[in-house]
Design a protein around this ligand. Structure first.
Ligand SMILES: *Cc1c(COP(=O)(O)O)cnc(C)c1O
Length: 467
């Protein structure tokens, strides 16, 4: 299988050559030339597989340039430190089922893809005898998932910028407690957007990027999207085990449109998915888009800081891959729409909007701080379960879209321990931390403070990069 760009200007590449890249060379995003199809017989034959075995089957459809046995070794290693079932399903009230995607080292769903990416990245670099210096910006979950996936790897170093004093104590500890030589935490005097701008400035300097082998692991990374496709198949197989091949719906707490895009690909590959329900928080650019067909990203200044912070995103970097499907894979229309966006700050697909639900199965809703608190409390009262604020946004919107006879699966995107303040506000419970988490919170922290200054960052990378 080969991968092409949503903007039509990239020579087709095999899987392993797309995964060290961020944007395609023409500014678009890598997509499969054609999505693989999984027929009902194949699907049925996957019922007894373990999670890593299923991951090998699903990822093998995309990574056709990687031998099966190598892929099997990498998926086994990626999920070795998870519980035996890797992604447990558990019912809650109202007929909903939570899909547990947060059993990895950083207690959020980003581990699911990042742990695999760490394996496959090391593998590809070994084959090419290369090294890579990952430079990224984080406001929380992505940075820690990347660091925990790449720590100790010989051919990769991580330079992760975070805004000084703007992360929770838990998030800081999760990143800064790592003492691995290849992990560099950099606290920038500024906000998240300042960090992001520094990363963009370096990524835009092609000679510097080449000289220092800079790379990215952001949410548009193709390996991440494909690794996330696996758990939609897994959840469907588990949820329908007793009832056979019926349709289910998924609700996905969303920000950058990465997680739900993987569900969309799974559906297009033949998985019997009825609806994909997009749950947004107050930063509801995507809800607006799915209701009206008009996509109008907001500025950083117009992005609110909410109690589901990992969804505080007003420009959904993966949406372009969905738009590509909407316009019938016509790259020139994608180019035109993004030109509209640059010129006027929005694009208008309202003529196509009815198809978002009828043809693609996507519906959406917005959840607020009050909804989140109420939902955490309602689930706790009914079941004793404590759900995190992002999952609560999902549960809240899922309840509006439950249909008779269609199982509704809600993706649990984080564990509540990461967001203890909001849990205390919702139900008055101070969460207990496991002994491992207590140790992490007490551990010495490793972080370099830098001013919001490109030259200072360049100098730090030159002094610490792998060559
Ligand atoms: C990243 C994240 C999201 C949003 O996922 P996208 O792929 O960006 O849509 C939701 N919840 C949590 C906890 C996250 O870390």
């Amino acid at each position: 299988m080969q991968f092409i760009s949503t903007r039509g200007g990239m020579t087709p590449l095999p899987y392993s050559e797309t995964l060290l890249e961020g944007l395609a060379t023409d500014g678009g995003l890598a997509v499969p030339e054609e999505l693989p199809h999984v027929d009902a017989g194949t699907l049925a034959s996957w019922r007894r597989l373990s999670y890593p075995e299923l991951a090998t089957e699903v990822l093998g459809l995309f990574a056709t340039d990687i031998p099966r046995e190598d892929l099997a070794r990498m998926t086994a290693a990626a999920y070795a430190d998870f519980p035996a079932d890797v992604v447990p399903l558990r019912p809650i009230d109202g007929g909903l089922t939570l899909v547990g995607l947060s059993e990895g080292p950083t207690l959020a769903f980003k581990d699911m893809a990042m742990q695999f990416l760490g394996q496959v990245m090391e593998y590809v670099l070994e084959r090419k005898d290369g090294v890579l210096n990952i430079v990224g910006a984080t406001s929380g979950d992505t940075g820690s998932a990347a660091e925990h996936a790449l720590r100790g790897k010989e051919r990769v170093a991580v330079f992760m910028l975070s805004p000084q004093g703007r992360m929770s104590a838990f998030q800081r500890a999760q990143m800064y407690s790592l003492a691995d030589e290849n992990v560099h935490n950099i606290a920038i005097e500024g906000v998240f957007d300042d960090c992001q701008n520094l990363v963009k400035a370096l990524a835009g300097d092609v000679p510097f990027k080449r000289t220092w082998s800079l790379g990215a692991v952001n949410s548009i990374n193709l390996a991440r999207i494909t690794a996330q496709v696996v758990y939609y198949f897994w959840a469907w197989l588990r949820a329908t085990d007793a009832m056979g091949p019926t349709e289910v719906s998924f609700t996905v707490p969303s920000g950058n449109f990465g997680n739900i895009l993987s569900g969309f690909w799974a559906k297009r590959m033949g998985l019997p998915v009825r609806r994909l329900v997009l749950a947004a928080n107050e930063n509801n650019v995507l809800d607006e888009f799915f209701r009206t067909g008009v996509y109008r990203p907001r500025s950083a200044a117009d992005t609110l800081a909410t109690s589901s912070p990992s969804m505080d995103i007003s420009k959904a970097s993966n949406l372009e891959r969905f738009i590509y499907a909407v316009v019938g894979r016509d790259a020139s229309r994608v180019v035109d729409l993004w030109a509209d966006l640059d010129r006027q700050g929005f694009f208008d697909l309202s003529a196509e909007q009815p198809r978002f639900e009828s043809e693609f199965g996507i519906v959406s809703g917005t959840s607020t701080h009050a909804d989140r608190l109420e939902t955490i409390k309602a689930v706790h009262d009914a079941t004793g379960e404590i759900i995190d604020p992002h999952t609560a946004d999902g549960v809240r919107i899922a309840r509006e879209h439950v249909e008779d006879g269609v199982p509704m699966l809600v993706l649990e995107t984080a564990k509540p321990q990461k967001f203890a303040e909001t849990i205390a506000e919702a139900i008055g419970v101070e969460l207990d931390y496991s002994p491992e988490l207590q140790e992490m919170l007490r551990a010495p922290q490793h972080v370099t403070e830098l001013p919001d200054d490109e030259q200072a960052l360049r100098a730090f990378i030159e002094a610490n990069a792998l060559r």
